[in-house]
Each structure stands twice: as C-alpha cells, then as structure tokens.
Design a protein around this ligand. Structure first.
Ligand code: GAR
Length: 203
C-alpha cells in the first residue's frame, strides 16, 4: 500500500509511520510549511518530499493533486496537517484521506484540544483517526485511543502524555488498513470482517 503523508510541523506522527512501514510504504511527504522539522525527517529516511506554497489555496491544491496522482497513492494521511482541504480534493480522493486529531471526536474539533479538556474538567482525553471530509476534524471516526486525565498541570503536560498514544493509534490503524482488517465504504465500517457502528478502540 502506497501512502502519502501531509504534515505542517514537528512530524512526530510521521516519524512513527516512517519507523513502522510494515505492510505499507510512505512514497511521498508533503508540507505546506517549508521549515517543517518533519520535512527534515523525510529527508533523513530518504523519502521524496515536496513543500507547497499555500498562499493561494486553489493553485496549491492543483499541485497537491498532481503530486498525489504521480505517487500512485492508495491512502493519504494527514499527520498534523493544519489546512482544511477543499471539497474538490475530498471528492477526488473520496474515502482515501484519513486524519489524526488529538481529541475524542466529536468533542473538541480545531485547536487547543488539551486546554479544552482541562477547562471542561474531563476525566478522559484521547485521539481519533477519522475519514476526512471538507469540514475541520470531521468525517467518520475509524478508531480512537483514550488516556485518563490525572491532574495534569497544563495543556503541554497533557499533550506530552497523549502523543505516544497517538503514535500507537496511527501505526495500529495503518497496520489494520494495509492488512484489510479495517475497511470502509460510504455506508459501512468493517473491522476484522464484521460491521462496526462505533470506532475501534486501540489501547
Ligand atoms: C498531533 O497532536 C496531531 O494529532 C495534531 O497535530 C499534532 C501534530 O504533531 N493534529 C491536529 O490537531 C489536526 N487537527 P506531530 O507533527 O508531532 O505529528
């Protein structure tokens, strides 16, 4: 399975994927941020990478479509990619784009999810991998992971606690997708050959 990964920054989820690549290979890393540390990681791992100037959304997406098509991509993974893809992209690559988001969706779409968890006094936090539509952090949720909130002092501490679970979640989901143990169409989501109505929980 050939995978393109889109990033905007640090790239720790990308790094987890680069180290994993069990039944899938990362054929291309794309960033809207020319200074993204994740691009350095792609170079270190010898993966083709492209930075796209996103000042004009439409021409940036034209370029993105070209790069993805040239890479003969089976799946597009948004791993800390901080742009909303337009309806055009989501339609062209229908059911082929997944995103990792640091919250138990549908709670807390958008930014500052860790602070929102603290402010709301939640006892549970987590991350979700979902199919991408043209709304922010929205689309069918494939899998989630949870952590307990135990008096973490601030959002940063909570984010640090969650990030290793994010890596586990994303690599596990990629393993399941590449093994065809997690499949979907417009109507259904199936895990291990059975229809599921709730996201898969990854420990
Ligand atoms: C991760 O926490 C990811 O879940 C989040 O950005 C971070 C990227 O970190 N994504 C979103 O907030 C998407 N809405 P990374 O660059 O180290 O993987």
């Amino acid at each position: 399975m050939r995978v393109v990964v889109l990033i905007s920054g640090r790239g720790s989820n990308l790094e987890a994927l680069l180290k994993d690549q069990q039944n899938y290979s990362i054929s291309h890393v794309i960033s809207n941020n020319f200074d993204a540390p994740g691009i350095k990681l792609a170079k270190q791992f010898g993966v083709t990478n492209t930075c796209i100037d996103w000042s004009d959304n439409s021409s940036a997406e034209d370029y993105l479509i070209d790069v993805i098509n040239t890479s003969q991509t089976d799946l597009i993974v948004l791993a800390g990619f901080m742009r909303i893809l337009s309806k055009r992209i989501v339609t062209i690559f229908h059911n082929k784009i997944i995103n990792i988001h640091p919250s138990l969706l549908p709670k807390y779409r958008g930014l500052n999810t860790h602070q929102k968890v603290i402010d709301s006094g939640d006892e549970l936090h987590g991350a979700s991998v979902h199919l991408v539509d043209n709304q922010l952090d929205h689309g069918r949720i494939l899998a989630q992971t949870q952590i307990a909130v135990n008096n973490e002092k601030n959002a940063q501490t909570l984010a640090e606690k969650l990030i290793s679970k994010e890596h586990k979640l994303l690599t596990s989901v990629m393993g399941l997708i590449s093994a065809k143990e997690l499949v979907w169409d417009d109507q259904h989501l199936k895990a291990f050959g059975k229809k599921i109505t709730k996201p898969l929980m990854i420990k």
